[in-house]
Write a protein of this length. Structure first.
Length: 96
């Protein structure tokens, strides 16, 4: 993704992506040369994606835990975020 297209993302784009789970795509234009023939290229690129497969996303959709964390018993189960809900116990029933 080109830097000028990346910088067009607003805080509302990030909020919409994070809380509604929608992917955001942006259009970018490029000038390319193939075998000395110059042409322009229009591409549709994925700009924002709410799905993070590197970490487990907690129920608040903001905080995450690394895979292999002791609180992740079942990868499909929702885990209550202790940062956003400090008085509720997490699903595993263990405390730090
Ligand atoms: Zn949280």
């Amino acid at each position: 993704m080109k830097k000028n297209v990346k910088n067009e993302n607003t805080i509302d784009d990030f909020k919409k992506c994070l809380f509604s789970g929608e992917q955001l795509t942006k259009e970018q234009h490029q000038i390319q040369s193939r075998e000395h023939t110059v042409s322009t290229l229009k591409q549709e690129k994925l700009a924002l994606d709410p799905h993070d497969n590197k970490r487990k996303i907690l129920n608040c959709n903001i905080h995450t835990l690394p895979w292999g964390h002791y609180k992740i018993v079942n990868s499909e189960a929702k885990i209550i975020c202790e940062v956003c809900n400090p008085h509720q116990p997490s699903t595993s029933g263990q405390s730090c």
